[in-house]
Write a protein that binds this ligand. Structure first.
Ligand SMILES: Nc1ncnc2c1ncn2[C@@H]1O[C@H](COP(=O)(O)OP(=O)(O)OP(=O)(O)O)[C@@H](O)[C@H]1O
Ligand code: SF4
Ligand SMILES: [Mg+2]
Length: 332
């Protein structure tokens, strides 16, 4: 399977005085066209920093320390600013939790869409207007002409989020990075937005990196799931395997504490202990203080890398959970 987006060993740190926060600590994954990878983890584990790093948007005092991002095989971090700007919003677009951070409050919705279209294409003004109305109509926003002339404060949260998706998809991107796209919305609006995103994936073959706390959303949309803890991916597998056969003790704790998949829209439950501070080097597995499965290697060895523990199922753990019905890992 060819990948459209590939992230290799990405590291992001924030530097505050002599403190360094390792927000993303060597993350790798790949995304294929038309597939959805969900990135799941507790607050502060580095999900947003990772998403921002993909498009070189990490704000100061943060910076991308190392790693590579490939879009269609091209090294994004080696591109000049103009090339990255052309990529952003066109081939790869982002949807954030809070439309206020993505929409300009003093520009009408239509002007914002037209601005994006004209920044990335050479279409005429009337053509940009036509594309704008079509994009709003695709989001099933009622009376697109009226919405185009409205300002964000005229619209409800759900409508603003649909406008954000119209903006994110008007140029038919190949990848959408959606960072908690529905967590500010009520359940009904959430369902509409997620259905729309999933429809775009299916009809346009868009690849989606979906960042969420909500295991109901993961169960409903994701093909593949990456569980992030303290700046690293600690487990990655198909959604079914993660839910039914978690291997990392952290993921197993999340799944055991979760409300049932058949009761959607319920959130990650806290598990015993608290997430570590991401300061300084990580000499050992960051989950050690909270782990009931720790063995002596966990205390004496550095944090283990992701390894295949069953077929296409990866975990970063010295003592992964045993699952009797796992297919064996392939031999290296
Ligand atoms: N601008 C910043 N300055 C300093 N530290 C930051 C900044 N942004 C994020 N961090 C730190 O980086 C770490 C990862 O933050 P990030 O926002 O990426 O996590 P997250 O997984 O997206 O959390 P949430 O689920 O709450 O959105 C946290 O420890 C956070 O405090
Ligand atoms: S490496 Fe050891 S401490 Fe870390 S999650 Fe696995 S068993 Fe627990
Ligand atoms: Mg975040």
């Amino acid at each position: 399977m060819d990948h459209i987006l590939e992230v290799q060993n990405l590291r992001v740190s924030y530097h505050e005085g002599d403190r360094t926060i390792r927000a993303v600590d060597g993350v790798s994954f790949a995304l294929a066209p038309g597939r959805t990878l969900a990135l799941v983890g507790e607050s502060g584990c580095g999900k947003t920093s990772l998403a921002l790093a993909i498009l070189d948007l990490v704000p100061s005092p943060g910076r991308v320390e190392a790693g590579a991002v490939y879009f269609e095989g091209n090294d994004v971090r080696a591109m000049n600013r103009e090339a990255v700007r052309r990529l952003r919003g066109a081939a790869i677009s982002m949807v954030f939790q809070d439309p206020a951070s993505g929409l300009n409050p003093v520009l009408s919705v239509g002007s914002q869409l037209e601005e994006i279209i004209r920044a990335h294409t050479s279409v005429s003004k009337p053509e940009a207007r036509r594309m704008t109305l079509a994009a709003l109509r695709r989001q099933r926003l009622p009376d697109p002409e009226r919405i185009a002339d409205a300002y964000p404060f005229h619209l409800s949260g759900g409508m603003c989020q649909r406008v954000m998706i119209a903006i994110a998809t008007v140029l038919r991107p190949k990848v959408i990075i959606a960072d908690e796209p529905t967590s500010a919305l009520d359940v009904t609006q959430q369902a509409v937005i997620l259905r729309d995103l999933d429809g775009l994936r299916e009809h346009l073959g868009i690849a989606i990196l979906l960042i969420t706390h909500d295991l109901g959303v993961v169960a409903g949309m994701a093909d593949e799931v990456a569980i992030m803890y303290s700046g690293r991916i600690v487990e990655q597998a198909s959604a079914l395997d993660i839910f039914e056969r978690p291997r990392h003790p952290y993921s197993a704790g999340l799944m055991a504490a979760r409300p049932r998949v058949d009761r959607p829209n319920e959130r990650l439950q806290p598990i015993r202990g608290s997430a570590p501070e991401l300061v300084g080097e990580a000499p050992e597995c960051a989950f050690l203080p909270r782990c009931a499965k720790a063995i002596s290697s966990c205390r004496s060895e550095p944090w283990p890398p992701l390894a295949e523990v069953a077929r296409s199922h990866y975990a970063a753990c010295f003592n992964p959970m045993f699952q009797p019905d796992d297919e064996p890992a392939r031999r290296a």
